[in-house]
Design a protein around this ligand. Structure first.
Ligand code: ADP
Ligand code: MG
Length: 531
């Protein structure tokens, strides 16, 4: 553990735990979180232990005290992660993605929870059951999904393959009586409009219910120990039961399937450094519901699975009640035809799919953009809910809209260009966005249909101590709040429709992308404020 928190920023900024700052006397300052310390620190100039010229000894002492507190906290936090399973596989160990218990490192995290206004938190929580219901209703409209994606599929092979499976299910009139959705709707607070805007809705493989709940606990523990010094109240961190709530939804779905000897099949990638997030659910499922989970890759499902004449999915002779996908959302998950055969096999079976192919498609960015068009939500929801959802929609456009494409070429920084991909690292920004649009326009074919354009959201940046690989450093960050939602129904009976915890992800503000697993962001939680 490093002995102090290193500052990586080189400009005047707004620290995470306070209001406006006096302008720092010079660049690069360390900003401890306690208000009195912070004010002094903001005027301190150096990152070294030596006082900068013009800094009073008392201020310097405060700055150092703040640094010492953060360093102590960072060490305590890293220990907490190790003894509570807030861990991921370490890139440095080649076996860490395949052999459990080998090559573990604490998950990257923010040392302090991000301030988040209680009013926006409430708004985001209220949207969860509405989005859950929306996904379910849209999933039942096969024609809508096919039509909305018909042009995209001509230019995007991955979309075409998914849509092909969906089409096959429509052709045999396949009905899913029991439907399970484990979603995460992601938001950013736009500082220009002071509004909560949705980034995307994940319907497949929503990650970090396990580790996300732990980060809230970690922050609560740290504030219980240091809250007085920092002037922060641990009770302002909302409780986060994402792991147990997702396990509950999986357990209840399993119970609806009504076969005591059946298992949950977790479909996983062959290498998964985020396996402990998944194992948290496995563990809760076993301990609270007595349900066994088996983990298989798509290739293994193809080799070991079959659908019996009555529709039962059997893997290695075991009946599968629920298929829970933590893989299958990216083209790289399907390196050969075998993986596609596995996906089709599972879809054809009577097992409950989380998600079904329809639920998966509803989460595509093209569908997000179609749902944002005028009069589309009206097809699926009641009036009072429509206004609430719409308020959270950012500008979303298809590339048929020549006006918008022109604006985006002129002002690329106000937009994000998105292909139909999941998992981080796929979006296009700035100069690349402009170049890509110009190239796509020149091609003049259908290639524009592979993308959507989105209004760029600008969250306020703040100075945050982050901990990664045992090192604490401070940087300018922005955050994205994910709200988990669990939905389970059996025919007409809605068994669950809940907001199910949350995940804050915080990233260095100079980075466009946000994935934690992809290496861009750290895990975080929130501290509610009355702003
Ligand atoms: P993915 O499916 O890869 O997670 P997202 O739509 O969530 O795709 O985009 C990835 C990341 O890019 C987000 O986590 C966020 O940090 C950033 N991002 C996406 N859309 C916007 C936007 N409209 N404005 C600002 N940042 C965005
Ligand atoms: Mg995302």
């Amino acid at each position: 553990m490093s002995s102090s928190c290193v500052s990586h920023h080189h400009q005047a900024v707004r620290p995470r735990h306070g209001g406006r700052l006096p302008r720092p006397a010079a660049a690069s300052s360390f900003a401890p979180p306690a208000l009195p310390l912070r004010r002094r620190a903001a005027r301190a100039a150096a990152t070294s232990a030596e006082a900068a010229p013009g800094v009073a000894p008392a201020e310097e002492a405060g700055r150092l005290r703040g640094a010492a507190v953060l360093a102590e906290m960072a060490e305590e936090a890293a220990v907490w992660c190790a003894v509570h399973g807030l861990v991921v596989g370490d890139r440095a160990d080649p076996r860490s993605g395949t052999v459990p218990g080998v090559g573990l490192v604490h998950a990257p995290f923010s040392l302090l929870p991000a301030r988040f206004p209680a009013s926006f938190w409430k708004q985001a929580c209220e949207l969860a059951p509405i989005f859950n219901e929306l996904v379910d209703r849209v999933s039942l409209d096969g024609e809508f999904l096919q039509a909305a994606l018909s042009r995209t599929k001509q230019v995007d092979e991955f979309t075409a393959r998914l849509l092909g499976i969906h089409e096959k299910m429509m052709a045999i009139n396949k009905k899913e009586d029991i439907r399970l959705g484990l979603h995460r709707s992601d938001y950013m607070l736009d500082s220009e409009t002071n509004s909560l805007l949705q980034i995307e809705l994940n319907t497949i493989s929503s990650s970090f219910p396990g580790l996300g709940s732990l980060v809230s606990e970690l922050h609560r523990t740290l504030l219980n120990h240091y809250g007085k010094v920092l002037g922060l109240d641990s009770k302002r961190i909302p409780r986060n039961w994402a792991a147990t709530q997702f396990a509950e939804a999986l357990g209840k779905a399993w119970a609806e399937y009504n076969n005591d000897s059946a298992v949950v099949l977790m479909v996983v990638q062959p290498e998964e450094r985020n396996m402990y997030d998944q194992y948290w659910l496995v563990n809760h499922l076993k301990e609270s519901y007595g349900v066994t989970t088996i983990r298989k890759t798509l290739a293994q499902v193809e080799a070991e699975g079959q659908v019996l004449t009555d529709g039962t999915l059997a893997i290695d002779g075991r009946t599968v009640a629920v298929v829970y996908f933590r893989a299958g959302y990216a083209p790289t998950d399907y390196p050969s035809e075998a993986e596609w055969r596995a996906r089709l096999l599972m879809e054809q079976s009577s097992a409950i799919k989380c998600p079904s192919i329809s639920y998966h498609l509803v989460g595509m960015k093209k569908i997000q953009q179609e749902l944002a068009k005028p009069n589309v939500l009206e097809r699926f929801l009641d009036n009072k809910d429509i206004a609430k959802l719409r308020k959270s929609f950012a500008g979303l456009w298809s590339l048929d809209n020549e006006e918008i494409v022109k604006s985006a070429i002129e002002k690329p920084d106000l937009f994000v260009l998105k292909p139909q991909r999941e998992g981080g690292g796929n979006n296009i920004y700035g100069h690349d966005l402009r170049d890509m649009l110009i190239k796509l326009q020149k091609e003049q074919g259908e290639s524009l249909a592979a993308y959507i354009l989105m209004q760029r959201i600008f969250p306020k940046a703040s100075l945050t101590p982050l901990v990664r690989g045992g090192d604490c450093f401070e940087d300018l960050t922005i955050s994205e709040l994910g709200i988990y939602g669990a939905y389970l129904r059996n025919k007409d009976k809605v068994i669950l429709n809940n907001q199910s915890g949350y995940l804050m992800r915080t990233k260095v503000s100079s980075s466009n992308e946000g994935g934690v697993a992809a290496g861009y962001a750290v895990l975080d939680s929130i501290l509610l404020t009355d702003e």
